[in-house]
Design a protein around this ligand. Structure first.
Ligand SMILES: Nc1ncnc2c1ncn2[C@@H]1O[C@H](COP(=O)(O)OP(=O)(O)OP(=O)(O)O)[C@@H](O)[C@H]1O
Length: 227
């Protein structure tokens, strides 16, 4: 049973269709890399899967224990986020908010969850530091811990290595790989095709022609069409 099934989606905005007739599914444990040129609709697809925007047509179904809102999300880094005036622990804990039903404080279980997420991404020692004083790579690991507070099942990562130096990039990929090996499904938008390709099991390529299949199928298709 698939965790996520997108069926004949039409996505876009009033008067502007971005993607038409898009169907694909994601099983538990997959590592799906979403690629495509600027403007091909990667962010629009992500926003739709996260429930932030409605499809113009078609359906999205969740299964295998995943429910809408049960996706951990690592946003693309923006200047505003980088300057967030909060401690690392506060940033990570804010990832538990969806589970809190607007209760005004964090119960013990949520705090334990945040601690476990920080340990997994190696930021426990930074927990009292101010988020905005961290390096780009450290900030990404904190935001990954935050996303982990929302889910054990599926992480949606939007360009997780953008702006990182080679070391930070390698660390981030290693962390994502480890989480995937523990069973967390990964959906990742990436412009770093070579890097993302190392660990991906599946590729969704958006554009004039859409491809969705295994990495091996993708590489075979590319052999005949090196462009
Ligand atoms: N809020 C919006 N209202 C109207 N059109 C939009 C809106 N957001 C995006 N678009 C348009 O939808 C199309 C797809 O944009 P989208 O951001 O999904 O592409 P992308 O593949 O994520 O691009 P990039 O690689 O540059 O991030 C573009 O033509 C864009 O101009």
């Amino acid at each position: 049973m698939a965790q996520l099934t997108c069926d004949r989606l039409r996505l876009g905005y009033e008067g502007h269709i971005v993607l038409e007739d898009l169907s694909f599914s994601v099983d538990a444990g997959q590592y799906l890399c979403i690629i495509g040129e600027n403007g091909s609709g990667k962010t629009t697809l992500m926003r739709t899967i996260l429930g932030l925007q409605k499809p113009l047509k078609g359906t999205i179904r969740f299964g295998d224990g995943l429910r809408e809102g049960g996706i951990g999300y690592l946003p693309q880094q923006t200047g505003v986020q980088k300057d967030f005036p909060a401690t690392v622990r506060e940033v990570v804990l804010s990832g538990c908010q969806a589970r809190l039903n607007r209760r005004p404080f964090y119960p013990r279980a949520e705090k334990a969850r945040a601690e476990a997420a920080m340990a997994k991404t190696g930021v426990t020692a930074l927990s009292k530091r101010c988020f905005r004083e961290l390096s780009g790579g450290q900030q990404q690991r904190v935001l990954l811990a935050r996303a982990l507070c929302a889910t054990e099942k599926l992480l949606f990562l939007d360009e997780p290595v953008s702006g990182l130096d080679p070391n930070g990039t390698a660390e981030m990929y290693a962390l994502i790989r480890a989480l995937n090996r523990e069973g967390v499904t990964i959906l990742m938008i990436s412009h770093d095709l070579a890097g993302a390709m190392e660990d991906a099991t599946h590729i969704l390529s958006l554009g004039k022609t859409v491809f969705c299949g295994t990495k091996e199928e993708w590489l075979q298709a590319k052999e005949g069409d090196p462009a």
